[in-house]
Design a protein around this ligand. Structure first.
Ligand SMILES: Cc1cc2nc3c(=O)[nH]c(=O)nc-3n(C[C@H](O)[C@H](O)[C@H](O)COP(=O)(O)OP(=O)(O)OC[C@H]3O[C@@H](n4cnc5c(N)ncnc54)[C@H](O)[C@@H]3O)c2cc1C
Length: 397
C-alpha cells in the first residue's frame, strides 16, 4: 500500500492549495457579498487567474482543456478546493456543473456536447440536474418518478413538476429525468432541455435553511408540453436510472472530497481560540472535553478521507458497480462528520461561534443539506446494510 501521491500530482495539489490560500480565501467574503448583490466580478477574476495558472477544469480530459485526472487525482485536488465553500467554483469544479459535465461527456450526442458542454466548460453558462419532485413524486426513492416524456411524431413532449433543481433559475440547460415507460428498471430517460424553451416555467427559488450562494439556489420548475428532439436524449431511451447511478456515485464522492477539505479547514480555524481563550484558569484547549471534540473531529476526517480515497481507487479501476456501497459509506460518514464538526466548532467558540463574526454558523447552515442531498443518510444506510447481507462488502480491505 502506498499513500504517496505521484510527484506531478503532489506538485499540482500544492499549487491548488497555494491558490486557495493566497487568492480564494482572502476573496471569500467579497464573493459572498457580491453574490448577494447579483455581482460576480471577484469570482470571474479568480476564474481568469485559475485559467492563467493552468488549473481550470482539471478533472476533464485534455481535449476539453483539463488534465484527465481520474477519481484519485480529483480526490487530491478537490479536497484542497473544498477548503473554501467558493473554492470549487473558482476552478469550475463545483456541483452541479461538474457532475453534469461528466454526464454529458459519457452520454450526450455530438450536437448536444457542442451546444452545451463547450460553453459549460468555459463557464460562460451554468447547468442544473432535475430529478427530484415534490411528493408524491421522485425523492429518496426515484421510482416514484411522475414527470413524463411521450413521443409525439418526431419529438418528445415533457410534462411534470420538479423542485430542488439546484442552480436551475440561472442555468442555460437542465438535465431532466422523465418517465418514458412503466418498466421498473428501464422506465426512465434523461433529456437535455433548454431552460428557456417554451413550456419551461421557473416557478421560484425556494427559501431554505441556508442562504443562497452562487449556483446553490434551489429551483422549482413546471414543464408543460416541453418539446425536444431525439438528440436531447442522454444515452439510450430507458437508460435514465442507470445513468443516474453513473452520475451520482462519482458525484457524491466529489462532494465527499470537497467536504473533507471544508471540515479540515474548520478544525484548523479552532486553533486560535482554543489556544488563547482562558476558562477556569487554563486555555480551553487544555480542557479534556475540548480535546475530546478535537480528537473526534480528527478521527472523523481521517476515516472519511480513507473511505473516500478507497472508493476513488475503485472507480479509477473501473469497478463502478462494486464501488456503490463504498460510496454510500463515504457519503454518509463524511456528511455526518461535516455537520458534527461544524456543530462542535460553534460549541467550542461559544457565543462567538454562534455569531457571524466567524464563518461556522453560516457554514453549518450550508452543510446541513449534505445529509439530505444526493440521497439522505437513511437511504445510504439501507444500501450499506443490503449489500452487507448480500456479501458484497469487504470491510477489512
Ligand atoms: C440543498 C439541496 C440540493 C439538492 N439538489 C438537487 C438537485 O440539484 N437535483 C435533484 O434532482 N435533487 C436535488 N436535491 C434533492 C435531494 O436529492 C432529495 O431531497 C433527496 O433525495 C430526498 O428526497 P426527498 O426530499 O423527496 O425526501 P423523501 O423522499 O420525502 O424522504 C424524506 C425523509 O424520509 C427518510 N427516508 C427516505 N427513504 C427512507 C428509507 N428507505 N428508509 C428510512 N428512511 C427513509 C429520510 O430521512 C428522508 O430525509 C437537493 C436537496 C437539497 C436539500
Amino acid at each position: 500500500m502506498n499513500f504517496e501521491l505521484p510527484p506531478d500530482l503532489q506538485a499540482l495539489r500544492e499549487q491548488v492549495r497555494e491558490f486557495v490560500d493566497d487568492l480564494v480565501i482572502p476573496a471569500e467574503r467579497a464573493i459572498v457579498e457580491e453574490d448577494r448583490a447579483g455581482d460576480d466580478s471577484t469570482l470571474r477574476s479568480l476564474q481568469a487567474q485559475a485559467r492563467d495558472a493552468d488549473l481550470w477544469v482539471p478533472h476533464l480530459p485534455a481535449e476539453y482543456g483539463g488534465k484527465g485526472l481520474g477519481p484519485l487525482g480529483m480526490c487530491a485536488l478537490f479536497r484542497e478546493m473544498g477548503r473554501s465553500p467558493v473554492g470549487a467554483r473558482a476552478f469550475n469544479c463545483d456541483a452541479p456543473d461538474q457532475g453534469n459535465m461528466d454526464l454529458l461527456l459519457r452520454a450526450a450526442s455530438p450536437s448536444i456536447r457542442e451546444r452545451w458542454l463547450t460553453p459549460l466548460v468555459d463557464a460562460s453558462i451554468t447547468s442544473a440536474f432535475a430529478m427530484t419532485e415534490p411528493a408524491p413524486g421522485a425523492g429518496a426513492d426515484p421510482s416514484n418518478l411522475r414527470t413524463t416524456a411521450k413521443k409525439v411524431g418526431d419529438h418528445w413532449s415533457i410534462a411534470g413538476h420538479k423542485w430542488y433543481t439546484t442552480g436551475g433559475g440561472k442555468a442555460s440547460f437542465l438535465i431532466v429525468m422523465a418517465r418514458t415507460s412503466d418498466d421498473p428498471r428501464e422506465g426512465a430517460t434523461m433529456f437535455v432541455v433548454d431552460r428557456h424553451a417554451e413550456g419551461v416555467e421557473h416557478v421560484r427559488d425556494l427559501d431554505t435553511m441556508a442562504e443562497p450562494l452562487l449556483a446553490h439556489r434551489e429551483g422549482e420548475f413546471r414543464f408543460d408540453d416541453v418539446r425536444v428532439g431525439d438528440e436531447a436524449v442522454l444515452g439510450r431511451v430507458g437508460e435514465g436510472f442507470r445513468l443516474a447511478q453513473a452520475r451520482l456515485v462519482p458525484a457524491r464522492l466529489t462532494h465527499c472530497m470537497r467536504w473533507l477539505g471544508w471540515a479540515d479547514r474548520a478544525l484548523e480555524l479552532c486553533r486560535w481560540y482554543l489556544g488563547s481563550r482562558k476558562s477556569f484558569g487554563k486555555e480551553l484547549g487544555r480542557h479534556q472535553m475540548m480535546q475530546q471534540k478535537i480528537a473526534d473531529a480528527a478521527l472523523d476526517i481521517h476515516a472519511g478521507n480513507l473511505m473516500t480515497m478507497h472508493c476513488a481507487w475503485m472507480l479509477q479501476r473501473g469497478e463502478d458497480k462494486a464501488a456503490r456501497p463504498y460510496s454510500s459509506m463515504a457519503k454518509r460518514h463524511v456528511a455526518q462528520a461535516l455537520c458534527r464538526i461544524l456543530d462542535d466548532c460553534i460549541q467550542m467558540h461559544g457565543g462567538l461561534g454562534f455569531s457571524d463574526d466567524l464563518p461556522f454558523a453560516q457554514w453549518y447552515r450550508f452543510a446541513r443539506a449534505s445529509r439530505i442531498a444526493d440521497g439522505p443518510d437513511e437511504v445510504h444506510t439501507m444500501v450499506i446494510a443490503r449489500d452487507w447481507f448480500r456479501g458484497r462488502l469487504n470491510l477489512l480491505v
